[in-house]
Design a binder for this molecule. Structure first.
Ligand code: SAH
Ligand code: SF4
Length: 501
């Protein structure tokens, strides 16, 4: 996983090895290294950079950036958020601790970071006071920057976030009566261009890193004041804060959007996922953030490694410790990666089906031209870990006169039965945006569609749109995407399709 810091061979390599191990360190450093090996609690307060006597030019003390996949910031410090326990141990070791001390420290620091949510090394009370400056000189505990925070009249919250290199993306929190769902982004923009989705009108800027993905969860916990025994107050900037939420009644269930249809309480698909066995633990705990859905900006399976690594951190029992049953990954149908997602991540799967015929799906979810409906449904049937207790969710956006006929509903039922899928269907009223080529189906149509599927024995709730007034609803996330003309949208669509081949 990590690149060797030196390659076998010449003098420079030996120098590098010795360097990395601290053998060329000054007297004071050698003393420190010895001391650390005997007792990692002893004072490590040495300058971060010091000249080293000898036959090589002065070089800084070992910097943790030498570990593969870990890029230090401009000031040389490394963000620990997004790193696993092993990676933290590796960067500590590269920074000068011996293997045993590094492992011990990594375990402690990991707990502070991911379980307690501290953002300052000074708060790590079981780490010697004298070691904390050593840590803060070399490392930091990052969060995505909050550019803007909005609260909808229905209690939904949306944050516009910014990466350290200046790219904006969004995250949404949907409070509901019995759960709170965080809708997390995996990419800035998207390579795909589902024609009803505003994110699809953006080009892919870049994949989010594991730190930027798990950082969204950390930020939400900060904002909601939800770290265990938290001394941290909920942030007050941008109207954040769990206290506010609890008192304001924002957790009350919403009125159903379409009376008479089978209605789900809230916007995030998380609201309709399994009522799994650990529900009580979360509600009794009074937690607001109970579920995570990878349904923000981007296609998570096209950022597979980073999404997997981030979700592993979210599920780590020593850290955020969210059950895999409370996490759902939504994909537009990247067939070759679905089995891996089941095996390597193991969370619930949601599939953006949206159409049951080739023509319509080719149009509205163009990845269908590459991975067709049959292949997709077969991959669903093969998805590791799905069962009647853990059903796959098919998302189906309701587009007027496009995919919403009785025949479509019956075909949907037929397909689900043909592939013997443990499935439920989430009907999503289309959330309009300026320039979109579609309209939402009428409430009567949605009700009728829902009841055809439901009468065939398949759950088909209609998702109540949430946060529409702040553009936080599904498919409305766009950040700085400028308004494009129809011709530009068509050109972009062609360009994106060509890039897939
Ligand atoms: N890229 C992934 C996850 C993000 S989109 C995917 O496509 O599955 C989350 C869900 O919102 C998807 O089902 C998506 O199709 C749906 N969606 C996108 N735009 C929408 C819109 N304008 N109205 C309603 N749902 C939309
Ligand atoms: Fe990308 Fe999902 Fe939007 Fe399609 S629906 S464009 S895959 S974010």
């Amino acid at each position: 996983m990590f690149r060797a810091i030196n390659k076998p061979g010449g003098r420079n390599d030996q120098a590098a090895t010795a360097f990395a191990r601290g053998l060329f360190a000054s007297k004071a450093e050698n003393h420190y290294m010895r001391a650390m090996q005997q007792s990692p609690d002893l004072d490590p307060t040495l300058p971060a950079t010091m000249p080293i006597a000898g036959h090589i030019d002065p070089v800084p003390v070992p910097r943790p950036g030498l570990v593969d996949g870990v890029t230090p910031r401009e000031d040389g410090r490394v963000d620990l958020i997004g790193l696993t326990k092993k990676q933290i141990a590796a960067v500590f070791e590269t920074a000068g601790l011996d293997a045993k001390a590094a492992k011990l420290r990594a375990k402690q620091v990991f707990h502070w970071l991911y379980h307690r949510g501290v953002t300052d090394f000074e708060a790590m009370t079981d780490i010697a006071k004298t070691m904390r400056p050593w840590l803060s000189e070399r490392f930091f505990i990052g969060r995505p920057e909050i550019v803007e925070a909005q609260v909808s009249s229905d209690g939904t919250r949306k944050w516009l976030l910014r990466t350290a290199d200046g790219h904006d993306f969004e995250m949404v929190f949907i409070p509901d009566a019995d759960r709170g769902t965080l809708c997390v982004s995996s990419q800035v923009g998207c390579t795909l261009n589902c024609r009803f989705c505003h994110t699809g009108t953006m080009r892919l800027v870049r994949n989010l890193t594991p730190g930027e993905i798990v950082g969204q969860v950390m930020l939400a916990r900060d904002a909601l004041g939800e770290w265990p025994n938290s001394m941290q107050r909920p942030r007050t900037d941008g109207s954040l804060g769990g206290g506010d939420l609890r008192q304001s009644g924002a957790m009350l269930p919403e009125a159903p959007a379409f009376a008479g249809a089978q209605v789900e309480g809230a916007g995030g698909q998380g609201n309709s996922w399994d009522n799994d066995e650990d529900e009580a633990a979360y509600t009794a705990d009074g937690r607001l953030l109970t579920n995570i859905v990878m349904m923000g900006m981007g296609e998570p399976l096209y950022n597979f490694d980073n999404v997997r690594d981030a979700l592993k951190l979210v599920m780590d029992g020593d850290g955020l410790a969210l059950s895999k049953r409370r996490i759902t990954l939504s994909t537009s149908g990247i067939v070759p990666l679905m089995a891996r997602a089941g095996e390597e991540i193991g969370v619930n799967l949601a599939v953006s089906l949206h159409a049951v015929t080739k023509d319509v799906r080719d149009e509205i979810v163009p990845i269908n031209r590459k991975y067709g409906i049959e292949e997709l449904l077969q991959a669903c049937a093969d998805y590791p870990g799905s069962s009647n207790a853990r059903r796959i969710t098919f998302e189906y956006v309701m587009l007027k006169d496009k995919n919403d006929s009785d025949a479509d509903a019956r075909e949907l039922v037929r397909l689900i039965k043909q592939y013997k899928l443990p499935a439920k269907v989430n009907l999503i009223p289309f959330n309009p945006w300026e320039g979109a080529a579609y309209e939402c189906s009428t409430p009567e149509r949605i009700r009728r569609f829902s009841s055809i599927v439901f009468e065939a024995g398949i759950s088909a709730p209609v998702r109540t749109p949430r946060g529409r007034d702040i553009d936080a609803a599904c498919g409305q996330l766009k950040t700085s995407a400028e308004k494009k003309s129809r011709a530009e949208l068509d050109r972009l669509a062609e360009e994106k399709m060509a890039a897939l081949d």
